[in-house]
Ligand binder design. Structure first.
Ligand SMILES: Cc1cc2nc3c(=O)[nH]c(=O)nc-3n(C[C@H](O)[C@H](O)[C@H](O)COP(=O)(O)OP(=O)(O)OC[C@H]3O[C@@H](n4cnc5c(N)ncnc54)[C@H](O)[C@@H]3O)c2cc1C
Ligand code: FES
Length: 279
């Protein structure tokens, strides 16, 4: 039997249950969310949902779990920054939240097949890219080399480190991690994410570069990727704007003529490089 949509409108949140909460850092928690009757979210890596808390508001949050591991549930990695995210952090397992989506265009996974993939997440950017990384690893044979360059401000802000260590322990993924500032226990690379690029060799004609992170990082990572010879159409990123409706109606997410909630949030550099406000 096909799933019964509990709410058949893109404007009305569906009730969803928090099935598990895992603290990741001082500011981030991972929420495992269950839709009614085991419905699947049916998302693509890079898409987002609008999460609502009744009486407080709505916030766009990327889907952090991979479709290949959905199992009737999905995961959101949420940083506590304000009203909605703060209230979400105060909820317990079993609480009900509202969910609309999935919305937007995610990463075109099918275009990446057969290619080498260079992931460059910075900070919270690993949350959305984790969805794509795990999708790629779950169908590992369909891709060439997989390289992950991950940077965070300091060791306490590194996300999903158990998973990152699992990726590092596989023989078929190259992983480099850096922090801007180390501490007394940190033995790894110290420096911003661009300091990892000289450590890798790539074959640019067959490589796709994908970066998600704070806006200030994009310009520098782009320079590194272009410097390595990647073509503009093979560099992908996610542009997060102040999304509200999520469905192309309110204009809050507009960059020039584009509504990022609909045309994005995943874009190739070739698509957005001429837009003044994009980067
Ligand atoms: C496509 C998309 C995907 C996102 N994915 C994630 C994610 O996976 N995990 C996560 O923790 N956050 C994510 N964000 C950011 C998240 O939407 C904001 O942190 C959230 O909306 C803040 O809501 P609030 O009510 O808690 O904060 P508010 O009380 O509204 O504001 C608190 C602070 O957050 C800033 N803020 C408010 N809205 C946004 C916004 N839309 N984007 C950025 N900053 C904002 C405000 O300037 C203010 O400084 C994403 C944003 C977008 C657009
Ligand atoms: S969020 Fe409303 S138009 Fe994009």
């Amino acid at each position: 039997m096909s799933p019964i949509p509990i709410v058949d409108s893109m404007y009305i949140p569906s009730p969803a249950r928090i099935a598990k909460i895992e603290p990741l850092t001082a500011l981030e928690k991972l929420f495992n969310i269950e839709l009614p009757w085991g419905q699947s979210l049916g998302h693509q890596p890079g898409q987002f949902v609008e999460v609502s808390l009744y009486g407080i508001g709505e916030a766009p949050i990327s889907i952090s779990s991979s479709p290949s591991r959905s199992n009737g549930k999905f995961e959101l990695c949420v940083r506590k920054v304000g009203d909605v995210t703060g209230a979400l952090h105060n909820l317990q397992v079993g609480a009900t939240i509202g969910v609309r989506g999935p919305f937007g265009h995610g990463f075109p996974v099918e275009k990446f097949r057969g290619k080498d993939i260079l992931f460059a997440p910075g900070g919270l950017g690993l949350a959305p890219l984790r969805s794509l990384i795990n999708q790629v690893l779950d169908e590992r044979g369909k891709y060439g080399r997989v390289i992950i360059l991950y940077g965070a401000r300091d060791p306490s802000e590194l996300l999903f480190m158990d998973e990152v260590r699992q990726w590092q322990s596989r023989g078929d993924v190259e992983v480099h991690v850096t922090v801007d500032r180390g501490d007394e226990n940190w033995k790894g690379n110290v420096g911003v994410i661009t300091t990892l690029f000289p450590k890798i060799e790539i074959y640019p004609r067959n490589t796709v570069g994908i970066t998600v992170g704070p806006p200030a990082m994009y310009r520098f990572v782009l320079m590194e990727m272009l410097g390595k010879g990647l073509s503009e159409g093979n560099i992908w990123m996610s542009l997060e704007r102040r999304m509200k409706c999520g469905v192309g109606k309110c204009g809050h997410c507009q960059i020039n003529h584009l509504y990022t909630c609909q045309s994005g949030p995943a874009f190739s550099y070739a698509e957005i490089k001429h837009l003044e406000e994009a980067l």
